[in-house]
Design a protein around this ligand. Sequence first.
Ligand code: 13P
Ligand code: SF4
Length: 304
Amino acid sequence: MENVKDLMQKIKELKEKKRAVILAHLYQIEDVQDVADFVGDSLELSRKAAATDAEVIVFCGVKFMAETAKILSPDKTVLLPAIDAGCPMADMVEEKDVLQLKAEHPQAAVVCYVNSSAEVKAVSDYCCTSSNAVKLVQNIPEDEIIFVPDQNLGCFISQKVPEKKFIFWKGYCPTHHRINLDELEAIKKIHADVEFLVHPECKTEIVEQADFVGSTAQIIRRAKESTAHNVIIGTEQGVYHRLKRENPDKNIYLLSPKLICPNMKKTRLQDVFAALDEMKYQIEVEKEIREKALLALERMFQYS
Ligand code: 13P
Ligand code: SF4
């Protein structure tokens, strides 16, 4: 087995030769985060993908993220090192479902979570991420919103923007949605005087108990800035490990050991090397879909 340091060095050399940039989501395994040029949440990564002058983007994340990078930077080669890394929530809604909702509610605007396919984005009016969803919905002119696919994020937005009417799709993130209130109560019994930071993909009953609700990167910032000494994290385990490493003076607890996204853990260092070496797996989005999906993404930047 190749030594991790040697493999990282080879990846760095190959990356320079191919004029590539490596982007990694905060849920990726530590070695992959360490070899990346930039690590962030969905919004930060899409901004980087749109702004980079590299010729090749190696996206260490899941398929919808690499697709979003391709939509934003169509002239670049976008590589997804683990081709089977998908997002089950993104797969819970299809283009035909959105078209049917639109036909039933013609006056409503469609807002899709970035965790969706390019085809779904193409039939949506606006896209959003967990860090800008509330602001976007507040700022857009429409009063009626079809929100797909995450029912939990949708419910969180609707509580923050009660003056608007919402039609939800019943999608969910299997990793965040499986956490129950009894798990939160059990951990709170053990650790008193804690601040609870949660991702809006968790169930409403969990989110309602939180001291802070935010995206992955927002949770990391909040945990660092908070004066609280004891912090419970209600999002994927990758965030917990990073916080523990970066805040040795604080007690950081993960709400549940079940908070692992198997798809985000599929990318290994060896896959990143093979991606650059063999220029695989190239992500393509059909021109017509790409151009329509781009409008929803551009409106996201415009309204948030
Ligand atoms: P953020 O990166 O926006 O926090 O989203 C988390 C997530 O589940 C990505 O799939
Ligand atoms: Fe999808 Fe949830 Fe995994 Fe994010 S954490 S990629 S939403 S399954």
